[in-house]
Design a protein around this ligand. Sequence first.
Ligand SMILES: [Zn+2]
Length: 318
Amino acid sequence: MRGPIGVLRTRSTAAVALACALLIAGCGGGDKFAGSTSISACMDPAEARSPDIRRSLPALRGAPVCYRRQQVREGGFHWTFHILEHTRDPDGPFWVLPHDNENAAFDAAVHALLTYGGGLLAVDAGGNRTYRGQDPNRNFSATRGESRLCSGQRRPAPRYTRAILEHYRGRRGPILALHNNGDGHAGNGGYGSISMHRTGPMLSHWPGAAGMGSRALRDEDNLIFVAGRRSAYADTGMRRRIASLNAAGLNVIHKQVTSRTFDCSLSDYVALHGLGEYFNLEAEHGARTTQVEMVDRLMAVLGIRPLDSRSRGNPFLN
Ligand SMILES: [Zn+2]
């Protein structure tokens, strides 16, 4: 089994861009986990001190999955990441879970891990959205100039940013995130901050085709969030990707990221630095079945097949 970080292979311009961004962030091309970042050996998931993983143990039992704990010290923060890896197919899709209070998202990531291989990384915030006042998904920046653009972050976090993005080195496929959000949005009497009905100057909305999959896929809160430097209207490749997602019944929101709209989220960081394709699967809190369906539909659109279209059943859909 290989370690969590593959050998750097510059297969594409995105891989080159990712390598460069990591260098800018201060990795120097040397030891992957030098200094204030450490990662444990592979352990049994039952050893994890994470309520999310404990909740998932029945689904993980007997599966070729190992657990690692990664720790990053930066400024006043001592971050802990919980990592699950498929030991037989570690190169599959890798999912980032920035928010520790989004349980459906975690469960959907476990489904993805067991079904498609790869791995997941969940930021520990003691079960809360924020950790010591910092939103983990407003903590992606490499320099002071970048962090100054973001109201949600006071200091740049190059170690944190690098530690998460290192997991994509040499890995095929897109950068993937999972989130949950509140019902509706503040502008229509709801609670969420993200919705197909919430407009914004740099946002464009692309509803999924009706009649493809469950009706829940078309709920305003269930959508795939993508981002790019250009407007979606001016980006033919992006338009083609959005059209394929829509045809699979998936709602899409696109954000155009500029130095004025950059918010230190993972999506914005990936877009600003041109690190490759990125998809964030957003579903309403508790909508586990729908989020699992979204994972499966995205994987189908990307041409990523289940490991055992073979033998294993889906532990969440039985
Ligand atoms: Zn979230």
